[in-house]
Design a protein around this ligand. Structure first.
Ligand SMILES: Cc1cc2nc3c(=O)[nH]c(=O)nc-3n(C[C@H](O)[C@H](O)[C@H](O)COP(=O)(O)OP(=O)(O)OC[C@H]3O[C@@H](n4cnc5c(N)ncnc54)[C@H](O)[C@@H]3O)c2cc1C
Length: 445
């Protein structure tokens, strides 16, 4: 029986792996799910952060939990600017306003209460969060989805210098500033970018940036070059696709240097100093190392991400429900999105998946029940390689009760449920646009 069940489960997961990248693109873009009057779940859930993870969990808590689950979502910003697709703002193919979303439809469609403000204190024992403006919110369950914070880079630690070297790894004004610097380049200039040590937000994102900038320079500033200084020993994600992109599609334009640990930037000479040498450029785009934001650190909620590591940078959660592993000190506290460690990459599509697993678990808790025993999730990501072609990457993950993390599903020994495009294509570019539209509808409408 067990063996037959395993075969049924693994066949279903394999099918999921194959269709994973189509999962969002196939769903309707206008459907508004009803909020049931009463599912048996009762309580108040406070959500900190209304990004890819926070907006999705707020929505699905109401859709699955019903009207007796009150949801208050707190975000410091008046609206949300998507990081996803923001590399295309650098080339002028998209604009920041086209990537800006409000929470109005979540409030109107699902009855979510929205507060604009900055949470700066969490009292996990009293179950209260405090905002910098003096407001407080009492909760039964708390979901923390604040995204990431950036480490300083030696040599550019002032606000003025950070503005002069925009990382643009949080979409906003800095993205436009970097776009303007690229536009000001000439055919004899070099764009130098640095990639932080993993884990960081969006594993394929920096390589995607190198490709779209190279593509724009080829067409608009022929002769200009892109230098990629990677702190990692090799390409972190979509290795086959980006290898092809760097060595064939953008051959002669992109130069790639692995193991280049950034030591400092000298604003006087516009040089990046690394363990692989020092490199000058007209435009320097340093993507800093990343960690969970201060609100989690101040609350004492950071752990070492992996065995043998001592630095407390991220919050390790039990991927069954996304609750903090230390549930005695942090009862009813869930952490989702890029701030959390759970075995899956830090990406917007994954944040959307985590949010749904978390919303389902909370809804069950609020009904006096237990979370589902074996959650499955998929990651799907498209990367533009040129102005009209893209590649993709997908994987299926399943909960591993021993590590309490998600693991890439193995549908046969050594056969991982993961895949990538290899060759970029126009069809992928079109599918990318559909996938993005549906992901944002699923999260914000
Ligand atoms: C250039 C680039 C390209 C990318 N491309 C892709 C892609 O193609 N596919 C993909 O899946 N992912 C992509 N990503 C990654 C994706 O953007 C992130 O993984 C995703 O945004 C993470 O969601 P999050 O909810 O954890 O954080 P965010 O989306 O950053 O949301 C965090 C929210 O919390 C709020 N907040 C933070 N602290 C507080 C506080 N103390 N009080 C109140 N509010 C607070 C912030 O204002 C923000 O709105 C890309 C990222 C970049 C930078």
């Amino acid at each position: 029986m067990k063996r037959r069940q395993f075969l049924v489960d693994s066949t279903a997961l394999l099918a999921a792996a194959i269709t994973a990248k189509h999962a969002l693109a196939d769903s309707s873009s206008t459907y508004v799910a009803p909020v049931p009057a009463d599912t048996g779940a009762v309580g108040h859930v406070v959500v900190i952060g209304g990004g890819m993870a926070g907006a999705t969990v707020a929505k699905y808590l109401r859709v699955w939990g019903g009207a007796r689950v009150k949801v208050t979502m707190i975000d410091r910003s008046p609206n949300y600017v998507s990081n996803i697709m923001s590399n295309l703002v650098l080339t002028g193919a998209r604009t920041l306003s086209g990537l800006t979303y409000t929470w109005d439809r979540l409030a109107a469609n699902y009855g979510i209460t929205r507060w604009q403000g900055e949470v700066d204190r969490i009292d996990a024992q009293a179950k209260v969060v405090s905002l910098t403006d003096g407001r407080t919110a009492q909760y039964d369950r708390l979901v923390i989805a604040p995204g990431i914070a950036f480490d300083d880079i030696a040599g550019i630690e002032t606000d003025a210098l950070r503005a002069r070297y925009p990382h643009a790894w949080q979409a906003g004004a800095a993205t436009n500033a970097l776009r303007d610097q690229i536009r000001a380049m000439t055919g004899s200039d070099r764009f130098v970018m640095t990639i932080p040590k993993a884990p960081y937000r969006c594993p394929p994102g920096p390589y995607e940036r190198a490709c779209v900038v190279a593509d724009w320079l080829k067409r608009n500033r022929p002769g200009a070059k892109v230098l990629v200084l990677d702190e990692n020993p090799g390409i972190v994600a979509e290795r086959e696709s980006f290898n092809l992109a760097f060595t064939k599609v953008h051959a002669g334009v992109i130069e790639y240097v692995p193991n280049a640990i950034v030591q400092s930037i000298d604003p006087g000479t516009n040089r990046v100093f690394t363990t692989m040498g020092d490199f000058a450029g007209k435009v320097i785009n340093p993507i800093p190392r990343q960690r969970a934001p201060k609100v989690l650190r101040d609350a004492g909620m950071l752990n070492a991400a992996n065995a043998g590591e001592t630095e407390l940078k991220w919050t390790k959660v039990d991927a069954l429900s996304y609750e903090h592993l230390d549930s005695a000190r942090f009862p009813g506290v869930h952490v989702i999105g890029d701030a959390a460690t759970h075995g899956m990459p830090k990406a917007g599509h994954v944040a959307n998946m985590e949010a749904k697993i978390c919303a389902d678990a909370i809804t069950r808790y609020l009904r006096g029940d237990r979370p589902m025993s074996g959650p499955v999730a998929n990651s799907a990501c498209y990367s533009p390689i040129t102005a009209s072609t893209a590649s993709w990457l997908t994987a299926v993950y399943q909960y591993d009760p021993t590590s309490r993390q998600m693991k890439v599903f193995e549908y046969a020994p050594g056969q991982l449920a993961t895949g990538e495009a290899g060759l970029a294509s126009k069809d992928n570019f079109e599918e990318m646009n559909k996938w993005f539209r549906q992901l944002m509808v699923d999260s914000f409408a």
